[in-house]
Design a protein around this ligand. Structure first.
Ligand code: HSE
Length: 308
């Protein structure tokens, strides 16, 4: 039996506008690597290269291991080494990627042979650390890769292969994000919504799914329109309106907040002028006295074991 397993998991963007907590897309922008090894000494030890909590109760990976240990009555000690490649707290699925990598590694290490949907369920436990509640959009995307639609009660995930020519530009503003950012940004979402807004969001969400089915980046991008969550959250991103306007004027088909933010993501295709879109987003942020890093990326496959 392997005594140590290393898994690499990709970043992801959640929501894609109208698909709050439902849509996720795996992105090759950044990757986390997690190594799990069995230890004689009981307990969970977390070692990391980043400034994230190493208390297992406060870290997504610790919560995943705790949940899996409890469910499968595994008492071994576990050491978790996290190599963070995904910026933490910027809405690009950092905690989800580490949680996914941990669930896969734990499954392999203890020969559980769980189905992907169970791994998604345990990885979702990790989201409590940053979001305060469970949501599966980022973990499902990071685990399965591609575009995912999450249904709950019962938990079910449908995956669609994205178009090969879909390209994305992400602008990651240099802001100080609080450790509980996702919890805060979930707190501003309205409890009541207008029927007319819900109708528009539903029609756009349906069109996004069609765009992925038809492998058409234009349909996807043109449907990235959210009348519910984006308006409630955008005040937390300095210069958001201008960043969005600039990217659309530079040829992006659609622009929205990536996950819970503060990154902003533009949907385009490979042949779009992606550098122009990126620089227009940079200019938008700089007008709001905020610098940002931009990255051009594409959808990618899900997490995989790289060493055992
Ligand atoms: N769907 C979640 C949210 C993603 O928007 O709060 C968090 O990364």
């Amino acid at each position: 039996m392997a005594e140590s397993v290393t898994v690499k998991a990709p970043s992801s963007t959640a929501n894609l506008g109208p698909g709050f907590d439902v849509f996720g897309l795996a992105l090759d922008a950044f990757f986390d690597e997690v190594n799990l090894s069995k230890k004689k000494r009981k307990g969970i030890k977390i070692i990391t290269n980043d400034h994230i909590p190493t208390n297992p109760a406060k870290n997504s990976v610790g919560l995943v291991v705790k949940a899996m240990q409890k469910k499968f009555k595994i008492n071994n000690g576990v050491e978790i080494k996290i190599k963070k490649g995904i910026p933490v707290g910027f809405g690009i699925g950092s905690s989800a990627a580490s949680a996914v990598a941990t669930a896969i590694a734990f499954d392999k290490l203890f020969k559980l042979n769980l189905e992907p949907i169970s791994l998604i369920k345990y990885a979702g436990e990790g989201e409590k650390a940053s979001a305060g509640s469970i949501h599966y959009d980022n973990v499902a995307a990071s685990l399965l890769g591609g575009f995912v639609i999450v249904r709950t009660n019962p938990l079910d995930v449908i995956k669609i292969e994205p178009p090969k020519n879909l390209a994305l530009c992400i602008a990651i503003p240099k802001l100080d994000v609080p450790p509980n950012k996702t919890k805060v940004s979930r707190g501003v979402i309205p409890k009541k919504i207008r029927t007319s807004d819900s109708i528009q969001n539903l029609s756009n969400a349906a069109a996004i799914v069609v765009g992925f089915m038809k492998k058409d980046p234009e349909i996807i991008g043109n449907s990235i329109k959210d009348l519910i969550v984006e308006p409630a959250r955008k005040h937390m991103i300095p210069g958001f309106n201008r960043v969005k306007k600039n990217a659309l004027a530079s040829g992006a088909f659609g622009v929205t907040i990536s996950g819970a933010g503060p990154s902003v993501i533009a949907f385009a295709k490979k042949s779009s002028n992606l550098k122009k879109i990126c620089s227009s987003m940079e200019k938008g942020f700089s007008k709001a006295n905020t610098s940002c890093e931009t990255i051009i990326c594409k959808p990618c496959k899900g997490a995989r074991i790289i060493k055992k």
